[in-house]
Design a protein around this ligand. Sequence first.
Ligand code: ZN
Length: 348
Amino acid sequence: MNKKIIITIIVFLLLIGGIFIFVNQNKSFEEKLKDIGYSDKEAKEISNLVSEEDENIILNNEYNDDLINILNSKNYKDDNLKLYLEYASNNKKADTNAIINIVNLDLTDYEYSDFLGELAGQKYFIKNNLDRYLKYDSDDAEKTVKEVNCNLDYDYYENTKETNTDDDNLMLVNKYYYLTEDYEPDDLVTLDSTYNMGTNNQMRKVAADAFMKMADAARLDNITIKNASGYRSYEYQVTLYNDYVKRDGKQAADTYSARAGYSEHQTGLVSDINQIEDAFENTDAFKWLSENSYKYGFILRFPKDKENLTGYKYEPWHYRYVGTKAAKIIHDEDLTLEEYYAYYIQND
Ligand SMILES: [Zn+2]
């Protein structure tokens, strides 16, 4: 016989043999799956979804009617497959997303509940707050995460802490975080009458520069923006708050005025703009700011419908400088500074 023909036959036989071994190996994983209890259809689908490493993990676990959903979940992480299967077999009632999120966040030491699963699925979930979430008096996971992140499991002015001034433009001053009596920014600059109309005419340089840039841009659109109240010292706030308490009583004063040390105006990063009154909401300047302030690093600090999160009534005139990066996220994700701070700064 011709040598060439012999070689061709050998190569052909090797190829057939290779295919046979390959098919058989595949088939054997599927067969083993069927031995555990998976149906033909399930076995086929699973074998198409997993890597060779995963095969052993799956074969070492009992039948799991959620396996295909787990493998297809958008938050599925290959490294966690073993843990998903263990958790699923220990918690038969857990749904797929709960299993995936609880394992991904390393919460498997916590006793399973549907609520734990819902909490773990929240975008702004903070692991350090989990015990507080579980103790909070609400069965709405989204609301719980939002409110506890803003410290609402404590009353206002309860459990207060000195704010971390190293957070600089992002420092949080509210009814839980205060500035000490002697905190005064060392880079205050004075705004001239082009940009200012009140007696508290100072801001920190970084905020003042951004403010002037914003006012200049507004002017090109025929909008006038002027600072009506910027930096206010601790002493100034003492007098202001006490006057309000004398006039309206402490309870009412607390809804619109900060106690000394708890006013953001002491940061030098704030401007009350044009008119310090509700009617400011109906002006073109307000509309312009709503659309543009974040581009210059300013946010509306006490928005409507977020009174409980910020601790203050809606103030259409009060803008806070946080820098353009944070302002954009706060704007795009519709957050308050409290929510942003908890998730993006403290949680880091
Ligand atoms: Zn203000």
